[in-house]
Ligand binder design. Structure first.
Ligand code: DU
Ligand code: SF4
Length: 233
């Protein structure tokens, strides 16, 4: 099965009872400003071309963002900030990410996350993270031929990523595992006969970080730009 097939099957996953209940509850109650919309209320697959060279790894979909629009980093402030940065670097065809049919195209970049359903308080449990891992493992295996670099947004994604890489058998995970930090870069040698991988840590693009200035647009652009250059974009 290819990546598109994986993305389709993912959308039927109901493996986490708490997250299934939450994604559907949010879709029933809705936010007032979106009351006239039908929420997606299902798992949200990765987004971007199948031959992406750079993966951007988030945390989990937002209740009224991806869970509403059906596309990762779409319809919320996090998506706005991320896609604006990508557009400024020539990695997106437009600076906004509003809805699944807004025409956004990423160039050489794919969004994904270690958890594919919106969690309460943006906090998946360790059990939910582990239950969702096989999806990321398959995605890593299927994108392995072209992926050269990753930008990991936040410590949750960082910690979830290394066990997935180890399970995928694509790159060798250092021991002890590297600690997350903004601007941290680690290089993983290939575990197969393909090329190595550069992983860049970046503070998450959530409002918590962007409103407070902990993560500025310049900081985000700098990390993504460095990773994209390494990926040959
Ligand atoms: O392609 P695969 O990751 O080996 O998944 C095969 C099969 O497992 C697919 O039909 C979905 C299901 N599955 C699941 O229910 N939950 C997961 O976290 C990963 C896979
Ligand atoms: Fe399935 Fe992942 Fe959603 Fe859990 S979080 S229900 S494993 S897609």
């Amino acid at each position: 099965p290819d990546l598109a097939a994986l993305d389709r099957v993912l959308c039927d996953c109901r493996a986490c009872p708490r997250l299934v209940a939450w994604r559907e509850e949010v879709g029933r109650v809705k936010r007032k400003s979106f009351a006239d919309q039908t929420y997606w209320a299902r798992p949200i697959p990765g987004f971007g071309p199948p031959d992406a060279r750079l993966l951007i790894v988030g945390l989990a979909p937002a209740a009224h963002g991806g869970n509403r629009t059906g596309r990762m980093f779409t319809g919320d402030r996090s998506g706005d900030i991320l896609v604006e940065a990508l557009h400024s670097l020539g990695l997106a065809n437009q600076p906004t990410s509003v809805s699944a049919d807004d025409g956004l195209q990423l160039r050489g970049v794919r969004f994904t996350a270690p958890v594919h359903c919106a969690p309460p308080d943006n906090k998946p449990t360790p059990a939910e993270r582990d239950t969702c891992r096989p999806w990321l493992v398959r995605e890593l295996q299927l994108t392995r031929p072209t992926v050269r670099a990753m930008v990991v947004l936040g410590a949750f994604g960082w910690q979830a990523l290394f066990p997935a890489i180890a399970a995928a058998g694509t790159w060798t995970v250092p021991k002890p595992r590297p600690t997350f930090g903004h601007g941290v870069r680690v290089e993983l040698p290939a575990a197969d006969d393909g090329p190595a991988l550069a992983i860049h840590g970046c503070y998450h693009v959530s409002q918590q970080n962007t409103f407070t200035g902990k993560l500025t647009p310049e900081m985000l652009r700098e990390v993504i730009g460095a990773a994209a250059a390494e990926a040959g974009l």
